[in-house]
Design a protein around this ligand. Structure first.
Ligand code: S3P
Length: 171
């Protein structure tokens, strides 16, 4: 991990960033932050509401502001939103952190987000599998180029993935 002290999880919706990040932070005895949660609690409304009122652009501005603040901290674990890699500015901010791309197959991603009501990009979709496949096609190269480490998370039990991460970073 060299001199990078923060660990940041990136990946598509349903890749397990929040559950894995929280568990990883607890095992490493670090503080955990979920950028979507932080954005929503600062705004006092949920992410769907921010998209409705300010559009995706408004949400992305808030996301960049939040990422800037989080990246100023040290020794923390951060779970990001699936679109964090879209802006070059965000990718540059992430270059000071140890970034882990949680990669999962489409079938698993779709299964995990099937009943989600909190994701505006899926709310209006009549075909979640197609939406996720299209988003991944556009974003996967960005996840890969931003990551220091790629970990597959196709497990039902996220503790297995957390242990894989801990093994990889302590090598
Ligand atoms: C988004 C993913 C969401 C959230 C917002 C936009 C995206 O986060 O940031 O709905 O663009 O993929 P999760 O990846 O935690 O679902």
């Amino acid at each position: 991990m060299d001199n990078k002290t923060n660990i940041v999880l990136i990946g598509p919706m349903g890749s397990g960033k929040t559950s894995i990040g929280r568990s990883l932070a607890s095992k490493l005895n670090r503080d955990f932050f979920d950028s979507d949660f932080e954005i929503a609690s600062k705004a006092g409304v949920d992410i769907n509401h921010i998209f409705d009122v300010e559009g995706e652009e408004g949400f992305r501005n808030r996301e960049t502001q939040k990422l800037k603040k989080l990246c100023k901290m040290s020794n923390i674990v951060i779970a990001t939103g699936g679109g964090i890699v879209l802006r070059k500015e965000n990718r540059e901010l992430l270059s000071d952190s140890f970034v882990i791309y949680l990669s999962s197959n489409i079938k698993e991603l779709v299964k995990r987000v099937a009943s989600s009501k909190t994701r505006p990009l899926l709310q209006r979709s009549t075909d979640k599998e197609k939406t996720i496949t299209d988003l991944l096609k556009k974003r996967e190269h960005l996840y890969k180029k931003t990551a220091d480490l790629i970990i597959e998370n196709n497990e039902n039990n996220y503790h297995i993935t957390v242990n894989k991460i801990i093994q990889s970073i302590s090598k």
